[in-house]
Design a binder for this molecule. Structure first.
Ligand code: C2O
Ligand code: CU
Ligand code: CU
Length: 478
């Protein structure tokens, strides 16, 4: 009886999905190619040197005040030799510069939208007031400027920024709008970790993209778990290489893909150390030979190349696919070290919890809901008092019935702690600060959430196609 019931729901869901395939191909203002996902026009052997995004110059000479100019613009990028791809970028043609600030800084942003379409710039992972968050309520009209001012008051971390406009987020990110936002603090500066940007401290923004024959991007929403690309890119280059000396290298990894999860490993299966999660350094390094990272999440890892010899080649792979290559060079003196203790993380106390929210992420493709509803800009779904500690329980039971793999759940304006995963201890590398947490289909994850700033904040699945299809809610912190 029970089996029949399950099979019935599954069959029904399947029929509905089949029924809608092909009906919902979306496109924004930007010219978008929608294909069937079977094109194969790029020679994957185009590995070039890993581009390292520039640090954005602070325009303000005063210590303690940082002032940045960002222009959101259209451009052309050469991903495939000899072909140009129309793209979007911050202060450039694809992706953006790296913003680096310190805890305690006052930050003044000058964001100019040079696009012929509206955009917004959301600081993913930053704890600031709702009006500075850059979500769908802070839209920057075309040719307009947005100038939020905020203070940095959170631990050292690798955060990022990207658009967040209703209906065009997925496309704008796919075409190139994403950048890194690094926070430092007293603690991170006092440690002897690799932290020379561009030398032994390198960002890896991992994405996937498809191309048409003329070299332009092909955006293909596969109707299941979002838009996948045929080629893996790092910092805007298809499966690039990086020359490294025989020493410890720190990589700030961002899963900047619209929808794809990466399960990163080194080709020789050697171990590396994860030192940070989304919102900052872990208490102590976590040693592993793999890193599973879902859209929106960040992880900092340290790979020690001192065990290799000149000429060794090491690949970073994900599920058997090449992500990038490391070419080992000379021996080098390494003065950096990874301490046993990286940071003090005050555990939030479940006994002090005074509220509970339950978040049910349902569905797949464009048939997705959050607590049974689709996002409505004019509806505030929930609220909480500033400083109040809550448990949020995120579950994906019905997603499993619909064949989804799971959802990376993200909350704006806060860093939370994972209390439990399916009633058990969270994974070792999710015991630090998080702002995005993967909830595999059928799982239940409990997190401890507290907002330190007032305003309207989004929470959603970070598969951008799910977010746009309505798997998002908003809450008011009063
Ligand atoms: Cu990185 Cu609302 O997202
Ligand atoms: Cu965010
Ligand atoms: Cu999702």
């Amino acid at each position: 009886m029970k089996n029949k019931w399950t099979a019935g729901i599954f069959l029904g869901a399947l029929l509905i999905i089949i029924g809608i395939i092909g009906l919902f191909m979306r496109s924004g203002e930007f010219p978008v190619n929608v294909g069937n996902g079977n094109e194969d026009v790029v020679d994957t052997d185009t590995g070039r040197k890993l581009p390292v995004p520039a640090l954005l110059e602070d325009q303000n000479p005063n210590e303690g005040i940082s002032e940045f100019e960002i222009s959101v613009q259209e451009g052309e990028t050469e991903f495939i030799p000899g072909q140009t791809t129309p793209t979007l970028g911050y202060n450039g043609s694809y992706l953006g510069p790296v913003i680096k600030v310190s805890r305690g800084d006052e930050v003044r942003m000058h964001v100019r939208n040079e696009l012929s379409d509206e955009t917004s710039v959301h600081w993913h992972g930053l704890e600031v007031e709702g009006t500075a968050d850059g979500g769908p309520h802070q839209v920057i009209p075309e040719k307009d400027i947005w100038e939020p001012v905020f203070s940095i008051d959170q631990p050292a971390a690798t955060l990022w920024f990207h658009p967040h406009v209703i209906g065009t987020t997925a496309i704008q990110v796919y075409y190139g709008l994403a950048g890194l936002f690094i926070v430092e603090d007293e603690n991170s500066k006092s440690l002897n970790l690799p932290d020379e940007y561009g030398v032994n401290d390198i960002p890896l923004i991992i994405q996937d993209r498809s191309f048409t024959e003329d070299g332009s991007f092909l955006y293909y929403d596969n109707m299941m778990d979002g838009a996948y690309g045929d080629y893996i890119m790092v910092n805007g280059a298809i499966t690039p290489y990086l020359d490294v000396d025989q020493l410890k290298m720190r990589f700030r990894i961002v899963n900047g893909a619209n929808a794809r999860n990466f399960d990163l490993r080194l080709s020789d299966r050697s171990e590396f150390q994860q030192i940070a999660s989304d919102g900052g350094l872990l208490e102590s390094p976590v040693v592993s030979d793999s890193l599973f990272i879902t859209p929106g999440e960040r992880a900092e890892i340290i790979v020690d190349f001192s065990d290799y010899e000149e000429g060794d080649v090491l690949e970073l792979i994900s599920d058997g696919e090449l992500v990038m290559t490391f070419r080992v060079g000379e021996e080098a003196e390494d003065v950096t070290e990874i301490p046993e203790k990286l940071a003090e993380i005050e555990r939030m106390d479940p006994d002090l919890v005074s509220g509970f929210k339950s978040i049910e992420l349902d569905g797949m493709g464009h048939m997705v809901t959050l607590n049974g509803r689709q996002f409505d800009m004019d509806r505030i779904d929930d609220d909480v008092a500033e400083g109040e500690l809550e448990i949020w329980e995120i579950s994906t039971f019905r997603s499993m019935m619909m064949g989804s793999a799971g959802h990376p759940f993200h909350i704006h304006g806060t860093q939370f702690q994972v209390l439990s995963r399916n009633g058990e201890e969270p994974y070792q590398n999710e015991k630090g600060w998080k702002d995005t947490i993967f909830v595999q289909a059928g799982e239940t994850v409990r997190i401890l959430v507290r907002f330190r700033f007032k305003g309207l904040f989004m929470y959603h699945c970070h598969i951008l196609e799910h977010e746009e299809a309505g798997m998002m809610g908003q809450l008011e912190v009063y």
